[in-house]
Write a protein that binds this ligand. Structure first.
Ligand code: NIG
Ligand code: FE
Length: 413
């Protein structure tokens, strides 16, 4: 497939560039008036229209992208898209002024989702998550991480991870699975944290390892959820089974979550709405990515993460959706990129890099995804005609994604 007359080919980071730190995020590497050649599922070559080789102009399958940009697909490295029911009843509670913690304490929140998921069948969960994933792909997402964490029993956590495995086998996008049984203490173990942690370590992890159901282990390290010591224990147990950590850190308070994540060589710490100089200093001495989830802040009304300070400190920043029924009922990466600019004060180039190459890095797939480079997978989207790259985040709430190409083929799902 040949795409010609591209107004701007965006994200031309070389294949060897695996992540962008600090001010490296300022440059999107754009080629104007470009062509792009895809062969099978890979990016074969690109260049500028003035010097397009004559022989490729005769290729049968051609798309003219006049006035349009070509972007690498969004890489959404933090989602919870397997869930049984939406939670819009909590929406009204939030509007009344109830906090996330108050709603959770009143029987809402994660435990509410877990009760509903426990009675749903694997097929039902697969069907509803498929609808969400299709919608996300149509909005430009071409790689995704999905967490468990609404099961909270051996049976239901495994059920969720099996659903994620089925999504992986059924969709043309890479899917990374994260085991998040440490999302909340189930009611039964409210006063027996030890009992639940033992269940995670002794019952769930061996099955997950045996069936190869997860790539990562995650913990919601937060007051009222999992303590730093509990997080440490769970991450270490996961590591024994080869699961690298990704931690829900500093969402509601500065808790020591970043420090324990870094000590355990986490791939990423996610949320970071509440951070300080120490958080930044800890991350400066680590190989852990800072993943920011601005649509969660937008929906919950909690502070927005301090992306500018992270970038100034030369950290690699990632943007992701956190799509889940409680704190972020949206999987729209275009909106996340807009919020990255509008609320986190990232420049469009920084936000787009954070949502593509750095998103891929936070899933450890940036060798093959996240930028337009020869030999990388042809997962990309062609925009509607746009006046400039900044128009994409500027036109918030709208989607500029027009044609989605996955593995070198137009996606019509
Ligand atoms: O990332 N913070 C913990 N987990 C989710 C919210 C889960 C829920 O409310 O159902 C999050 O925001
Ligand atoms: Fe989350």
């Amino acid at each position: 497939m040949l795409i010609t007359n591209i107004k701007g080919l965006v994200g031309l980071h070389p294949k060897s560039k695996l992540m962008l730190r600090g001010n490296e995020m300022d440059d999107l590497h754009v080629l104007e008036d470009a062509w792009l050649l895809i062969e099978n599922d890979l990016i074969k070559d690109f260049g500028d229209m003035e010097s397009i080789p004559a022989h490729i102009l005769n290729l049968p399958s051609q798309i003219s992208a006049e006035g349009r940009y070509v972007f690498p697909s969004w890489c959404d490295s933090h989602t919870h898209i397997v869930f049984a029911a939406t939670r819009e009843e909590e929406f009204a509670m939030k509007i009344q002024g109830k906090t996330y913690e108050e709603i959770a304490a009143a029987g809402g929140g994660i435990l509410n989702s877990a009760n509903k998921l426990q009675i749903a069948t694997e097929d039902e969960l697969f069907e509803s998550a498929s609808v969400r994933l299709k919608q996300m792909i149509r909005q430009g997402t071409g790689a995704i991480e999905i967490k468990s964490g609404y099961g909270l029993t051996v049976e239901s956590e495994i059920k969720m991870l099996r659903v994620i495995k089925r999504l992986k086998a059924s969709f043309p996008v890479p899917v990374k699975a994260t085991f998040l049984a440490a999302h909340a203490f189930p009611a039964l173990y409210k006063d027996d944290h030890e009992g639940y942690i033992n269940l995670i370590i002794n019952e769930m992890l061996p099955i997950i390892a045996q069936e190869q159901l997860a790539d990562y282990i995650d913990v919601f390290c937060e007051k009222g959820f999992f303590s730093v010591a509990e997080t440490d224990r769970i991450l270490k147990a996961g590591a024994e089974y080869g699961l690298k950590p990704k931690v829900h850190a500093n969402q509601l308070s500065v808790s020591g979550a970043v420090e324990v994540a870094v000590l355990n060589h986490a791939v990423s710490v996610d949320h970071l709405e509440e951070s300080n100089d120490e958080t930044i200093a800890t991350l400066q001495n680590a190989n852990t990515m800072a993943t920011l989830l601005p649509s969660c802040s937008f929906y919950l009304g909690i502070p927005f993460a301090d992306a500018k300070s992270f970038i100034k400190a030369n950290l690699p920043v990632t943007l992701a959706t956190d799509y889940n029924p409680g704190s972020t009922p949206s999987g729209n990466m275009n909106f996340v990129v807009s919020l990255g600019c509008i609320k986190l004060k990232m420049f469009p180039e920084q936000a787009i890099n954070a949502a593509t190459l750095n998103g891929a890095a936070a899933m450890e797939i940036s060798e093959n995804y996240g930028s337009i480079a020869i030999g990388k997978k042809a997962n990309l989207f062609i925009t509607k005609p746009m006046p400039s790259i900044a128009y994409l985040p500027y036109s918030f709430g709208e989607t500029q994604v027009d044609t989605v190409i996955l593995n070198g083929e137009i996606y019509n799902g």
